[in-house]
Design a protein. Structure first.
Length: 406
C-alpha cells in the first residue's frame, strides 16, 4: 500500500484536504479523531488524563473538558508533553490496527497534526504538508473559530515552525487561496502522482522514465530531498548498514540530471538480496537483480564491482539506489568521487564541461544509457589519477560504518 503522512499547521486547511482525498478513494486514518476516541468516558486514556491533570479536567457528564485541558497544555510545554505521553501511544496503536486492514494498492492517508514534531516522516512513502501563510491562519482562527489573536499565536507556537514543516515535506499544497483552488491541487496530485505511485508499488515496478539526458541547474534542495529518501532507506531493514547521497546532485554548484543517486551499504550481496523486498516496500523496487558498475582503477576485476540496483516508484521524484557491499571498490569510488568534487571547484568545472558536451551530443536519445556509457572513459582516464592523488595528499578516508548500524 502507499502510505501518505498528511500534516499542516493549525488552520492551514488540512481537514479540507483529507476530506477530498477520502472522497477520491483514499483510506483515511485521522489522528485527531483517534485522539478523541482514546479519551472517551470509561477508557484507559481518559483515566490516565484524569490521573495526570486532576478530576476537574472532566465535565459534569464525565467527559473530557477539552477547553480546560487546552488552556493548560498550550500554556505549559511540560504539561503538553505529559498529555502527549498519554495520548500518542494509544493513537498510534489504533492507527496501526487500521493500517493492518488496508489492502495492496490502497492509498492510505494518515492525518497527523504533529507528524513533524514527533519525527514520523520516514514512516511514510510521502509526507504531504498543507501550507498557508501565518497571517491567513491567524485570520481563520479569529474570524472562523472565534479565538483571540493571542490564543491563535499561542496555538501556532506550540507546533513546529513553518520552515521546519516545509523542510519535512515531499509535497507542499498551497492553501492560501480558495476552496476550489486547493481542491483542484488535490485532484491533480491524486491523478498524476499518488495513483501512479500506488500502482507502481503494488506491481513492484519503478516509475518509468524516458528521454535523453537533460541537465538541470544546481538545485540547493537536492540534498534536502535526498535526506528524506535516505531516512526511509535506513529504516527499511536492520541489514542496511548506512546510506549516503552520492552522484552529481550531491555536489554543490554542479549541473545534473534531476535524478538523485543514493548508495545503500550492506555486508554482502546476499544481504542485498535479502533486503530487496524491504527496499521495494519502502518505495524503491528492484530494477536489476544482478547489476555491475564499470570496473575502474585500481581494482579492474569485474566480479568486485557487482551491486544491486533499485529505483524510486514515485513518478514525482526520480531516484536511483545503488546497493553496494561496504568496502567494495564501487562503494569506495562513489564516495571518493563525490568528496573529491566537493573539495575541488576546478574539478567541478571540468566535470560540468564534459557533461554539458556529452548531453548536447546525446540530446536526441530516447534513453540516457549512451550518455552514461560515453562518460566512462573520463572517469578512468581523467578523474581517477586526479582523485587518487587528492585522496593521498589529503588523507581522505571513506565514512566509517558499524556493522550494527541501521
Amino acid at each position: 500500500m502507499l502510505k501518505i503522512g498528511l500534516t499542516g499547521g493549525i488552520a492551514s486547511g488540512k481537514s479540507l484536504v483529507s476530506a477530498r482525498l477520502r472522497e477520491l478513494g483514499a483510506v483515511l486514518i485521522d489522528a485527531d479523531a483517534l485522539a478523541r476516541e482514546v479519551v472517551e468516558p470509561g477508557t484507559p486514556g481518559l483515566a490516565g488524563v484524569v490521573a495526570e491533570f486532576g478530576e476537574d479536567i472532566v465535565d459534569a457528564e464525565g467527559r473530557l473538558d477539552r477547553a480546560r485541558l487546552g488552556a493548560i497544555v498550550f500554556a505549559a510545554p511540560d504539561r503538553r508533553e505529559a498529555l502527549n505521553a498519554i495520548i500518542h501511544p494509544r493513537v498510534r496503536e489504533k492507527a496501526a490496527a487500521m493500517l493492518a486492514t488496508a489492502k495492496p494498492g490502497d492509498i492510505v492517508v494518515q492525518d497527523i497534526p504533529l507528524l513533524v514534531e514527533t519525527g514520523q516522516g520516514s514512516s511514510f512513502h510521502l509526507v504531504l504538508v498543507v501550507d498557508a501563510p501565518d497571517e491567513e491562519r491567524i485570520r481563520r482562527m479569529t474570524e472562523i473559530r472565534g479565538m483571540t489573536v493571542e490564543d491563535a499565536v499561542s496555538r501556532m507556537a506550540a507546533q513546529a515552525g513553518r520552515h521546519k514543516r516545509l523542510a519535512a515535506a515531499d509535497i507542499v499544497l498551497d492553501n492560501s487561496g480558495s476552496v476550489e483552488d486547493v481542491t483542484e491541487l488535490v485532484e491533480t496530485l491524486w491523478e498524476e502522482r499518488l495513483v501512479p505511485f500506488a500502482r507502481n508499488l503494488a506491481a513492484g515496478h519503478p516509475a518509468p522514465r524516458a528521454g535523453g539526458p537533460v541537465l538541470s541547474p544546481p538545485n540547493p534542495d537536492w540534498p534536502v530531498q535526498a535526506e528524506r529518501l535516505l531516512a526511509r532507506l535506513r529504516r527499511a531493514s536492520p541489514e542496511v548498514l548506512g546510506a549516503d547521497h552520492i552522484g552529481s546532485t550531491s555536489v554543490p554548484r554542479l549541473p545534473a540530471k534531476d535524478v538523485i543517486d543514493l548508495q545503500v551499504n550492506v555486508s554482502s550481496l546476499e544481504a542485498a538480496d535479502r533486503i530487496a523486498r524491504a527496499l521495494g516496500e519502502a518505495g524503491f523496487p528492484l530494477q536489476e537483480a544482478s547489476a555491475r558498475d564499470t570496473p575502474k582503477p585500481p581494482d579492474l576485476d569485474p566480479s568486485a564491482w557487482q551491486k544491486r540496483f533499485h529505483c524510486n516508484a514515485d513518478p514525482g521524484r526520480a531516484a536511483n539506489v545503488h546497493v553496494r557491499v561496504l568496502g567494495s571498490p564501487g562503494w569506495r569510488y562513489a564516495l571518493l568521487f563525490r568528496d573529491w568534487l566537493r573539495a575541488n571547484p576546478d574539478a567541478v568545472r571540468m566535470y560540468a564541461d564534459m557533461k554539458q558536451e556529452l548531453a548536447a551530443l546525446h540530446a536526441g536519445d530516447h534513453r540516457t544509457l549512451a550518455y552514461s556509457e560515453a562518460k566512462e572513459p573520463w572517469f578512468t582516464e581523467v578523474a581517477w589519477p586526479l582523485m587518487d592523488a587528492w585522496a593521498r595528499s589529503s588523507g581522505w578516508q571513506p565514512p566509517s560504518y558499524s556493522m550494527a548500524q541501521g
